[in-house]
Design a protein around this ligand. Sequence first.
Ligand SMILES: Nc1ncnc2c1ncn2[C@@H]1O[C@H](COP(=O)(O)OS(=O)(=O)O)[C@@H](OP(=O)(O)O)[C@H]1O
Ligand SMILES: [Mg+2]
Length: 368
Amino acid sequence: MSKAAQSTASPRAHPYPTRSSSRLSASKPEPTAAPYAKERAVAIQAVIRASTLCQGVFKKLVSAETITKKDKSPVTVADFGAQAVVNNLIRAEFPEDPIVGEEDSKDLRENAETREKVVELANSVLDKPLSSDEILEAIDYGMYEGGPKGRFWTLDPIDGTKGFLRGEQFAVALALVEDGEVKVGVLGCPNLPQKLSDPEGPRGTIFVAVRGQGAFERSLDSELETKISVSPITNVSETSFCESVEAGHSSQGEAAQIAQLLGITRPSVRMDSQCKYGVLARGDADIYLRLPVSATYEEKIWDHAGGSIIIEEAGGKVCDIHGKPLDFSIGRTLRDNKGVIASNGSIHDAVMEAVQKVLQKSKEEKTV
Ligand SMILES: Nc1ncnc2c1ncn2[C@@H]1O[C@H](COP(=O)(O)OS(=O)(=O)O)[C@@H](OP(=O)(O)O)[C@H]1O
Ligand SMILES: [Mg+2]
């Protein structure tokens, strides 16, 4: 972690009204409110409730509550519960907005015991209890296909399910996309130390950004927001980079070669989920490398929409391994992109140059 990277911003209230944390209301935003003020406030409250649900589940998590999806990734009752809660709250406030969510209710419809746990959990954080059918329906609001026109929300109810199950990092990730561009992003990171330099200190943070309005951080239980910015570091050899814990999600070998080429000596910060984007946005790391392991894997929009706007609004840059902007306008995946490279911006060109060299070398070695 670069010392220069530590955020020096002092806490300050965000200039736009944030709804009180106890109840959501459908009231209109103040007439003077900034663009997307209502979306921002509702998204924060939805993410707080889902994060609270996840924290509650984690406290009493037992492996028996894990069922298996087709792709074998672990899915928990918290995943379904968090999607039901966020979708329900978004639908109540923005009934016209479709949602692209990671989960669907298929597995849950076939498992009555898990379903009842999900209903109980979701209702524990909702003001108005929902029936089992209403919960299933809310989960399936998330089946929208996305696309280039109009607006939709995209949700990963628990990004970093493996991190969640290990008791490490995960995020509730929500974003609003309009005409292909991410406009609002909120990441709930219930396990993330508020200061990476103090891992034993208070945990639990929320990152929030609206296009053109900057990026902010707040805790789960206080409305006080701190404006955040990427690190000001310009000497690439003094930087630190973050990457996935899971070697199957990003090539750690190629990341090490890129670091070596750039003269980076600090160890990588390995972390699950979009918490990596938050850590970079507040200057606790300087580079995020997500280097494809599989030639055919398509990144999912819910895994990057919230995180990418938070980096950009904090002053950083995000693109894919070829330097192309992430394209959120073509459906549920980023099929026209490969991997993700994010940085504090000032070192971006140097990082991209090293990425190209290392990936080209790997390609040549594979064809020999
Ligand atoms: N092969 C492959 N390549 C790249 N990415 C993949 C791959 N397989 C899965 N995923 C997605 O990775 C999401 C988790 O991202 P991270 O790598 O940041 O976190 S983690 O270390 O896996 O927990 C993870 O999100 P969740 O399923 O929400 O945990 C997946 O959507
Ligand atoms: Mg995910």
